[in-house]
Design a protein around this ligand. Sequence first.
Ligand code: ATP
Length: 514
Amino acid sequence: MAQNDDNLLKKIVAHAKEYGFVFPSSEIYDGLSATYDYGQNGVELKNNIKQYWWKSMVQMHENIVGIDAAIFMHPKTWKASGHVDAFNDPLIDNKDSKKRYRADVLIEDQIAKIENKIEKELNKAAKRFGESFDKDQYLETNPRVLGYKEKIKSIEDRMKAGLESGDLESIKQLILDLDIADPVSGSKNWTDVRQFNLMFSTELGSLADGANTIYLRPETAQGIFVNFLNVQKTGRMKIPFGIAQIGKAFRNEIIARQFIFRMREFEQMEMQFFVKPGEDKKWYEHWKETRIKWHKAMGISEESYRFHDHLQLAHYANAACDIEFRFPMGFKELEGIHSRTDFDLKAHEEHSGKKLQFFDQQDNQNYVPYVIETSIGLDRMFLAVMSSAYEEEKLEDGSERVVLKLPAALAPYKVAILPLMKRDGLPEKATEIMEELKYDFNCHYEEKDAIGKRYRRHDAIGTPYCVTVDHQTLEDQTVTIRERDSMAQERIPIADLNGKIAAYTSINQLLKKA
Ligand code: ATP
């Protein structure tokens, strides 16, 4: 896959719509920006990703439990968490195009351009030197590469200093100094940089009663922190332990584009792991390792993942990194792993007046635990899975097919049951097989169109197996089973179907590797 393949993203958006994975929200009214609906196949894929995460995180860990907290929370929650005062993005408008951008994203795009130049130098040198090329040495000694690296570092340092001190003028100056132009119009006529709070607010109760402003949660994490004591006491949890949650979050994103990568309503899968102060570094490393393993168990190419350490730490963190994924538009954040210290629990203690501590019987002392958070966007994971699975293949007979090579355990349907013809008792036999299999697998029955067409439709939605019922089936109780990726077909007894399909498509396959 090319690194910045706009075309691929367009194809995935079109494919997702055509095959019932993702639709623009309220499309009959021309859609609502940065809001999407999952269709009949999308919801299955999404549920399977959730199940894979939930099982590996909650059910496979004795010391992690799940909750499902409300989206609305007491307004003080967001004062305590820092979101009312500090959940801002620095935005800048172009006066000519009237387009609005995140100032930090404009600068990061500029850095990416310099990184591309390094990549080009590397490719040129690799060609020139052939087999004897030493990439690391080249990166450390080539003067042009060193110049680019220095430039990146100086930009990053200036951005970090400006954002951390809230000196927005210096961020604008950096944009001017880098000669950054509006990507749409090419204009360099910029407004000042302003801060913009990302939380959506609404009113609780009727206006006549003096309604209170409340927020739609911008992250699921706070629902976990405010329930720390409830879960710890009722679950008799001992440190270290974790609380996990999957749920919707809402952010009024300034730039909302790139399909389901950046939405205003999205879903997060978060886990907060409570540890003894001083052991946070160890657990931070542990969770980095555990999470990347979870990703790699899906069998997506390892080169599609990389860690990226945060330059600018959020107000609550003492260490943080992202797991980045190579999306069609380049490497971007898929998951965050954050060492949040005792910031959140302490802040909620202060604002609520309640003690949020753990009594450590071994040490005979109370303390506020430290927290390691793993936070992954479900929709971004969906896009990662879709974009790495999408393939256009030229077949030996000259024809083409589009196939979604989804990890079998995540595919919407595990098996399609297809009577070769709509007569001679074949549909009845196929239905009988389906009735057996549907307890264990999500199956799809189809009798319309030629068998080749039906195969293609199932390739396009990623169904790992197609089972064809023909006249021989009626005689000897065997069927043809066709595998999606290799298209290989074999004849097997109906009695063997369940075992074969389970062996390849069960989520346990992923869980054992993760
Ligand atoms: P970004 O820098 O891309 O805005 P973030 O650092 O603000 O992301 P976090 O606050 O760490 O993101 O949220 C955790 C995860 O939630 C992210 O890794 C991402 O997968 C997901 N996420 C955040 N914002 C969005 C969004 N607007 N749409 C979809 N997923 C999102």
